[in-house]
Design a protein around this ligand. Structure first.
Ligand code: S3P
Length: 166
């Protein structure tokens, strides 16, 4: 069975795409991102899927994208920040080398702030970030084999820490 070499989870802005691409480069394997898979399959942006069909529908699309990627992709795989909210998606990650890129709330506000292209953060980013982290932290930890802090680290340092930890 083919399986990802490394799976990255963590909140928006934690650097999953940047670090994932660096890791793929270093290991000489392909990089894949389930957000991009969903956009390509649906032919519309994620924000539009949220607005037009709701979060529940998006999570079902995401579960299918994770299932396909986990079965097919022998490289580095990054998941969307909310993928761990879905129990079925979490189950798909069992036994895989998953790294959780963690980030504290103040760093999240600094990095992502009021970026309204991210549909969940349109109002009061600090409060929303705090709630989002409180709701998700234990889920990231549950699926992860390693937790790698990203605060005050460059993407290269984070990539190295992932390799050391897994
Ligand atoms: C989401 C994170 C996004 C994307 C969607 C929902 C979330 O992915 O899947 O906007 O619920 O945190 P990134 O973490 O890649 O930005």
């Amino acid at each position: 069975m083919t399986a990802p070499l490394i799976v990255l989870v963590g909140p928006m802005g934690s650097g999953k795409s940047t670090v994932g691409a660096l890791l793929a480069d270093r290991l000489g394997v392909p990089y894949r991102d389930t957000d991009a898979d969903i956009v390509a399959a649906e032919g519309r942006e994620i924000a539009d899927i949220f607005v037009e069909d709701g979060e529940e529908h998006f999570r079902a699309l995401e579960r299918a994208a994770v299932r396909a990627a986990v079965a097919e992709h022998a490289g580095v795989l990054a998941l969307g920040g909310g993928a761990v909210l879905d129990e079925g998606t979490r189950a798909l990650l069992a036994g895989l080398p998953v790294a959780y890129l963690s980030m504290d709330v103040e760093e999240a506000v600094r990095r992502v702030g009021l970026n309204t292209a991210r549909p969940l953060l349109a109002v009061n980013p600090r409060r929303q970030w705090r709630e989002l982290m409180e709701a998700r932290r234990h889920l990231y930890t549950e699926v992860a084999r390693a937790v790698v802090a990203t605060d005050e680290r460059t993407p290269e340092e984070v990539a190295q820490a992932v390799l050391d930890a897994l």
